[in-house]
Design a protein around this ligand. Structure first.
Ligand code: ATP
Ligand code: MG
Length: 893
């Protein structure tokens, strides 16, 4: 038996060698001493660049500076940039695990020159840093330069590097360009030579770093010299002020400095790898046997932790999809390593402990990150096993047919029903020596999108954007004015351009200028009138058409409307005032939520209507009553503080400097509008606001619910809405008191006595919360709609509703039926979430059918219904038949 506990074998850093984060700190200090400004790592979600899913290099945050579109106060910068390479032209996802040197998320050390120093200094700095600061042996280093780049060659020679250690390479490895046009130039790389004993390529010419991933060679640092501007015809002209962009992988340089066999053996990964081993109770030999899954878990766990810290939540599209895919992929590798229990929350904790000092947001958002990871893990755990079984069947069937690729329809079904990302199915297929039909998968996916779009669009009055596309931009004058005199530029009837419209016609009217705010940023469009002598058009909505044309949607109430005539456009001013109050209140609410819950509570969507506001934000789990009250009070304090509100236009850069909150992933133009509540908040926003918070008058939170995984929804009222609500409550109280023949003040006492009398003197006991894990009988996707049936016997309707709420919270949108035997009866509750309602499903319809099948009845609303049946013996069959019933309803609805 070995004397040391498992895990102590960690081939981590040698005694006395600098840790990974020490190297990062030394890098910053080294370049700071040489005149570089230390710039913090940008978010993994690039600001205002919808063409790029994730930050994948240090230069991303400086792209506009290199392009000459933006100026900074410094010409030299140094960063430790978190990067993610899982999409687009930099996608290392599938090498992670087998490769000792590739990660999804890694830290890139970079120094930058914006038209300041060039090749000579960049090369000298790099050499000095690795040989003097990190003490790498010069004879272990080999350089590459671009074939024609004699300058770079000579600069290396001048430092004493032998000509035999500088290799000229071709365009593919040593020429860089930002895109098909724009800045580009030669590169020079530093490679580390581990020595011939680590050669894995076996080639005779392995003495030079070939681009073939041979284990002997490790590319550690890439120096990019931005020297030319490439035109669309391919010609390159010298840039007036050439620049430098460099990138060194922290995990790789740590492996070299710590003499670790792979990046995973450095102190940057050892803690997570060791924790995984401890959780699994593996011996060192078991750990070695499962090293690929260990690496994937450690890598993906780290990537997910940072992604969530940067505001990404798991979902089905874009960045959100990538996060979900990474977590699910980690879970499947977790199964392979031997996990049967949740483990990713622990992994996230280790990552937060490890990097929290450098990246404070990890610590500040700790609870949120861990809860989010655990929730996603729990959500997928429910379908992972069933999905893996299904996958085994699919693999067998594919082989039986003598085929080598899994059909697109099967891949899609695994995705749609079991939540298997295609990347994960592809991994599993590869392990079986099979491929997947990606094209077929995409086609099936597109088909489903098309169907649900068609379902969603049905009933919408179709508006023909194209016919408005060539019109000039409408001038919006509604920030200051409620009326304007304007010319009619175009009229649409039934989606077609017309010259005239008569009384009774439904129209869309375009003016040259307008005070009507078109729906945007959650704020609803204005209503009002367009009038002229003898003419009156009632406007019921204002909407924006591409690119900046505002359409007034409404009906001609009297007279004739002609293109070219002048009208007086007037919005409903009271309604707008109510909207203003609600919009400013959402800004107060956003800030208050961050103060009370933490900085992870970021806006994810909103609705600003005259009668209420709705606000979605990232947070796991319901607010505690104290939290809710604290948020409400904060907002109210700002109302009473009568803070002035003003809006200003400025450059994006200035807004960033002022610390204005921008919405997650939102794209903003060069000039932005910043709404500032004096001394309290600054947000980028194009909406209409009060001029002083006191105008809001009153504020009350009216409802809270879950909007999606990790996203909470609050509803609130202000001004007259809050007043009406308070009045209504008081009226209700008075009526209840009158009915019970007492005064509102004595109501509680009276109610308590009545309850005791009714229960024969005992206080009603609360039903215990049912255990939901064993309760779910059916969970299936029916034509893109999640259908869940759960059974909880002996429960009241209230308990069933609570169980339904919890299931929905956990599993997301869909159709839920929770039922159970209660004595000789059956209690039934059905819930249908808004997205499933959009597919034509209704809780009341479904429930009535189910109850009828069980000899009973029931009713309710589209979202929630309940009822009872008389045949407990038939319940199991009824629940199992739920997917079929939903399928029928979808087909007929
Ligand atoms: P490789 O050829 O090894 O994939 P690359 O050419 O893609 O590297 P660059 O885009 O030049 O690398 O990035 C600069 C540096 O960042 C590299 O020299 C390397 O040290 C590091 N790096 C790049 N990709 C990864 C990755 N997936 N994981 C860890 N480090 C990386
Ligand atoms: Mg690469």
């Amino acid at each position: 038996m070995s004397a040391r506990p498992p895990g102590a074998a960690a081939r981590g850093p040698r005694e006395g060698r600098p840790g990974g984060m020490d190297i990062a700190r030394r890098f910053l200090a080294f370049f700071q001493e040489r005149g570089h400004t230390v710039v913090p790592s940008a978010s993994l979600v690039p600001a205002g660049d919808p063409t790029l899913l994730f930050t994948n290099a240090g230069m991303v945050q400086f792209k506009d500076v290199f392009l000459g579109l933006e100026r900074r106060s410094y010409a030299r910068a140094v960063t430790v940039q978190r990067c993610l390479r899982v999409s687009g032209k930099h996608n290392d996802l599938e090498t992670v695990g087998p490769s000792p040197r590739h990660h999804t998320l890694f830290f890139m050390l970079g120094n930058f020159s914006f038209g300041d120093y060039f090749k000579r200094e960049a090369i000298a700095y790099a050499w000095e840093f690795v040989t003097r600061e990190l003490h790498l042996a010069p004879d272990r280093l080999v350089m590459t330069v671009y074939q024609d780049d004699d300058e770079a060659f000579q600069h290396w020679r001048a430092l004493g590097v032998g000509a035999d250690r500088i290799h000229r390479m071709g365009e593919r490895t040593n020429f860089w360009s930002m895109g098909d046009v724009g800045p580009c130039g030669p590169t020079s790389e530093l490679h580390y030579d581990w020595g011939p004993e680590r050669c894995t390529c076996g080639r005779a010419d392995c003495g030079v770093p070939l681009d073939n991933d041979c284990g002997r060679w490790l590319e550690i640092w890439n120096l990019v010299f931005m020297q030319f501007n490439q035109a669309s015809d391919g010609t390159r002209t010298p840039l007036p002020r050439p620049g430098v962009d460099t990138g060194m992988g922290l995990e790789r340089i740590a492996a070299v400095v710590q003499d670790a066999p792979t990046n995973y053996d450095t102190d940057l990964f050892a803690p997570v790898m060791d924790r995984v081993q401890r959780l699994l109770g593996h011996t060192d030999a078991q750990r070695r046997a499962a090293i690929v899954p260990y690496r994937v878990i450690a890598d993906h766990g780290r990537a997910a932790t940072f992604l969530i810290a940067d505001g990404v939540t798991p979902g089905n599209e874009g960045r959100e999809y990538v996060l979900r895919m990474i977590l699910r992929r980690a879970m499947r590798f977790g199964r392979r390593a031997g996990f049967r229990q949740p483990f990713l929350g622990e992994v996230a904790e280790v990552v937060i402990d490890q990097f929290g000092q450098e990246f404070g947001e990890l610590v500040r958002r700790r609870d949120f990150i861990v809860k989010m990871v655990e929730a996603e893990e729990e959500r997928f755990a429910q379908t992972l096993s069933a999905g893996l079984e299904r996958l085994t069947e699919v693999v067998a069937a594919t082989r039986a047919r003598g085929e080598t690729t899994i059909a697109g329809a099967d891949v899609f079904r695994l995705y749609d029903t079991y939540g298997f990302p295609v990347e994960m199915t592809r991994d599993a297929a590869r392990e079986e020596g099979l491929g997947v039909d990606e094209e077929g998968f995409r086609a099936a996916m597109e088909e489903q999108r098309r169907r649900s779009r068609a379902a969603g669009a049905a009933g919408e009055g179709a508006l023909d954007d194209a016919s408005l596309a060539n019109l000039p931009a409408t001038q919006f004058v509604g920030y200051r004015r409620e009326t304007a005199s304007a010319a009619v530029v175009a009229v649409l009837r039934a989606g077609r351009r017309v010259e005239e419209a008569a009384a009774g016609d439904e129209v869309v009217v375009v003016l040259d200028r307008t005070p009507f705010y078109a729906e945007a940023g959650g704020q609803v469009g204005d209503t009002g009138t367009l009038s002229a002598p003898g003419l009156r058009v009632e406007v019921t909505d204002a909407r924006r058409f591409a690119p900046a044309v505002i359409g007034h949607v409404g009906r001609v109430a009297a007279g004739r409307l002609r293109v070219g005539q002048r009208v007086r456009a007037a919005i409903d001013a009271d309604r707008r005032a109510a909207i203003r109050r609600n919009h400013t209140a959402t800004h107060l609410l956003h800030k208050a939520l961050q103060e009370v819950l933490g900085e992870h509570a970021l806006q994810r969507g909103s609705l600003v209507a005259p009668d209420r506001l709705r606000f979605d934000f990232t947070h796991t789990g319901p607010l505690a009553p104290e939290e809710r009250e604290a948020v409400e009070r904060r907002v109210y304090e700002q109302v009473l503080a009568a803070r002035p509100v003003r809006a200003r236009e400025m450059s994006q850069d200035e807004a960033r400097r002022l610390g204005a909150t921008a919405l997650f992933g939102e794209k903003y133009g060069e000039r932005v509008r910043v709404v500032e509540i004096a001394g309290y908040s600054r947000e980028l926003c194009g909406g209409t606001h009060v001029t002083n918070t006191a105008e809001i008058g009153a504020f009350a939170i009216t409802a809270e619910s879950s909007a999606a995984a990790g996203i909470r929804r609050l509803e609130a009222v202000t001004g007259w809405g809050a007043y009406d609500r308070a009045r209504a409550h008081e009226r209700l109280l008075a009526e209840v008191a009158a009915a019970l023949r007492t005064s509102p003040a004595d109501l509680i006492e009276r109610a308590r006595r009545l309850a005791e009398q009714a229960k024969g003197g005992t206080r009603p006991a609360r039903a215990p919360e049912p255990d939901l894990d064993g309760a779910v009988r059916v969970t299936e996707q029916v034509d893109g709609v999640r259908v869940v049936a759960a059974r909880v016997d002996g429960a009241t309707h209230e308990a069933l509703r609570a169980a339904g709420d919890r299931l929905r919270e956990r599993m997301g949108g869909g159709v839920y039926v929770i039922a159970g035997a209660a004595g000789d009866r059956v209690h039934l509750v059905a819930m249908v979430t808004p997205d499933a309602q959009a597919r034509g499903l209704r809780a009341d319809v479904l429930l009535r059918a189910l109850a009828a099948a069980l000899g009973g009845s029931g009713g309710g609303r589209a979202d929630l219904a309940q009822g009872a049946g008389r045949d407990p013996a038939a319940l199991a069959g009824a629940l199992d038949g739920l997917p079929g019933r939903v399928r029928d309803l979808l087909a007929t609805g």
